[in-house]
Design a protein around this ligand. Structure first.
Ligand code: PXP
Length: 243
């Protein structure tokens, strides 16, 4: 079964926009889990623009809610991860000025920088995932680093149309194949919505999709529970991807 991790960063964005105590991330996590999500993802950014450290602590304390923490390879955030021990950490590149995570982690170019971080997380019993482009060099570097998971960056595919989208999807399909052949577990995420999901479901060997922005947007109209249920229902069409 293809699993759904719901990224609730933008529930925090709404709260931070006014500095209120609501909407409550713990309540959002509960609604997502009751509506069929398999886990919750948050990105604790160095600039704290949405999720705060207290949110991660509160979510970590929730029983039965697998937590995936997205983070940069930064000592301050690594220390928090090692203390709180989320079930999974997804290492992402981070730039202050970006609107959202742009591009994948350069696992191949930054292998030496990443190794101590990956090893510290692994020693703490945390499942490490590397958010990378579907590129053989990046996949091979991820395998060398000993990360059990990669998350293929689907953002570019989700932003494209026509022949360019088809070419990018071919790359993702190939990335799924290469990842599985290297013994990696393959997740995917960024920019996924109900309209582009059928293409995403062509990627083979998928374990989990991490989806955030489109679900929080849909929640404005339908509520969070129905938005998550609709996505889960659509994901049930997964038949293992392109043969
Ligand atoms: N996966 C990773 C690694 C991300 O950085 C993000 C965005 O925070 C997502 C998935 C979710 O992307 P979106 O909000 O576009 O669904």
């Amino acid at each position: 079964m293809l699993r759904l991790g719901v990224n609730i960063d933008h529930v925090a964005t709404l709260r931070q926009a006014r500095g209120t105590a609501y909407p409550d991330l713990v309540e959002a996590a509960r609604v997502c889990m009751q509506s069929g999500a398999h886990g919750i993802t948050v990105h604790l950014r160095e600039d704290r623009r949405h999720v705060q450290e207290a949110d991660v602590r509160a979510l970590r304390a929730l029983p039965g809610v697998p937590l995936n923490l997205e983070m940069a390879n930064a000592p301050e955030i690594l220390a928090i991860a090692l203390e709180l021990r989320p079930d999974e950490v997804c290492l992402v590149p981070e730039r202050r000025q970006e609107r959202t995570t742009e591009g994948g982690l350069d696992a191949a170019g930054r292998e030496r920088d990443l190794r101590p971080c990956v090893e510290a997380l692994r020693s703490a019993g945390i499942a490490v995932s590397l958010f990378i482009e579907a590129d053989r060099r990046q996949l091979e570097a991820s395998a060398r680093l000993g990360a059990p998971y990669v998350e293929l960056h689907t953002g570019r595919y989700c932003d494209l149309a026509g022949a360019a989208a088809a070419a990018e999807l071919d790359r993702l399909v190939e990335g799924g194949r290469i990842g599985a052949a290297l013994g990696l577990r393959v997740n995917a995420g960024h920019g996924i919505n109900l309209a582009n999901l059928p293409g995403i479901l062509e990627i083979p060997h998928l374990d989990t999709l991490n989806i955030g922005h489109s679900l929080v947007c849909a929640a404005v109209f339908t509520g969070l529970g129905p938005a998550v249920r609709a996505m889960r229902g659509a994901m049930d069409a997964y038949r293992g991807g392109r043969a």
